[in-house]
Design a protein around this ligand. Structure first.
Ligand code: IPD
Ligand code: CA
Ligand code: CA
Ligand code: CA
Length: 270
């Protein structure tokens, strides 16, 4: 998986140097480039040759989330997490590859080619940054905590998040919006952030969630997912943080929501 992620990273770096990739929009506001699709295809081809016939859930080529309801092996891939950063020349861009069995993630790789960071984790065996062990921060108070988040592409779905942001900004040290959910999760894992919350989809968070958890972070979904579905991968409204601030931050976010629940896949209009 590390080899494939680094190969994808090389494609992304080269494409940025050439700067002649086409850009399109899906769902109205979401930018997608031909590089997103090409990297998704390359990873699919590699996985198919190594693990023929195994199911894949990938953002650009196979985004059908009903695959999460099947038992067995599932590869979950975000070919470029941080497409907007990629297109604008920012460094927070990552390839995320996870392997899940029966709805639980067992392996995760997040590779950030412009940062020179490769995060890996195996369930129950800890997490690594560039093959060195890593650990999350030990922050114990919200007022001394740096918190990251993100926002959906659809502008009419942002109002509930502005309420959350208002609460968090009043309670915490500061807020970051770095533009790659997978990296935000890994950066909680290595202590560059104390917490991260957002409503994101399985390809955004599958690998990073395992990496953060294996680095000692507390991970949860703020609201239970429908019964019978795999909670680890299906739940939305992710919260990942240093263990000492998890409960107060969860309470703060639920207070901000005050009944106005917001999910990435099916958000109510404010
Ligand atoms: C996005 C990034 C961003 C997050 C969005 C995601 P994409 O993924 O992870 O940080 O705020 O919610 O959709 O579209 O760049 O792969
Ligand atoms: Ca996208
Ligand atoms: Ca993503
Ligand atoms: Ca993506």
């Amino acid at each position: 998986m590390m080899r494939i992620a680094r190969q994808a990273g090389d494609m992304i770096v080269q494409a940025r140097q050439q700067q002649n990739f086409t850009r399109q929009y899906k769902g109205g506001d979401e930018l997608v480039t031909e590089v997103d699709v090409a990297v998704d295809q390359m990873i699919a081809d590699e996985l198919e040759s190594l693990f023929p016939g195994e199911a894949r859930l990938t953002e650009e080529l196979a985004p059908d989330r009903s695959q999460l309801e099947q038992r067995g092996s599932l590869w979950i891939v975000d070919p470029i997490d941080g497409t907007v950063n990629f297109a604008y020349g920012h460094a927070h861009v990552a390839i995320s590859i996870a392997w899940a069995v029966d709805g639980e993630v067992h392996l995760g790789v997040v590779h950030a080619p412009f940062l020179g960071e490769t995060f890996t984790a195996v369930r129950g065996q800890g997490a690594q940054l560039n093959e060195q062990p890593m650990a999350c921060s030990q922050s114990k108070t919200l007022e001394r905590s740096l918190v990251a988040t993100g926002f959906p592409y659809a502008r009419d779905r942002r109002a509930p998040l502005i309420r959350r942001l208002n609460h968090v900004l009043h309670a915490c040290r500061d807020v970051r919006r770095n533009g790659s959910a997978a990296l935000d999760l890994c950066h909680v894992g290595c202590g560059q952030l104390d917490a991260y919350y957002e409503s994101v989809l399985p390809w955004d968070f599958a690998a990073g969630l395992l990496i953060a958890r294996e680095a000692g972070a507390s991970t949860s979904h703020l609201y239970a997912c429908p019964e019978g579905l795999p909670a680890e991968l299906y739940g939305e409204n992710l919260l990942v943080s240093a263990p000492g601030i998890h409960a107060p931050l969860a309470n703060l976010l639920r207070d901000a929501d005050a009944g106005q629940r917001f999910d990435a896949g099916h958000a109510p209009n404010p």
